[in-house]
Design a protein. Structure first.
Length: 78
């Protein structure tokens, strides 16, 4: 058994995202107890984070609507 930790795909991306989000004030972290009574770190969206989430969600919704509109406007093949 090796003492080296194996990083799964996406692990580093998630760690970077958490670090950036914490630095930007989008998330706050606190220590607490998990369901199995172990020490765990919990993350929560701040009001700034909730605002950013709404903005990003609105942007994706506009993109989806634009794509749906473009697809609906294309002539149907017969």
């Amino acid at each position: 058994m090796s003492n080296e930790a194996e990083l799964l795909p996406g692990t580093l991306d998630l760690l970077i995202l958490k670090a950036v989000s914490l630095r930007q004030g989008l998330l706050k972290a606190s220590w607490g107890k998990s369901d199995n009574n172990r020490r765990a770190k919990f993350y929560e969206l701040t009001s700034k984070g909730r605002k950013r989430l709404r903005e990003e969600t609105d942007g994706w919704n506009r993109l989806v609507a634009a794509i749906a509109s473009a697809l609906a406007a294309q002539p149907q093949e017969t």
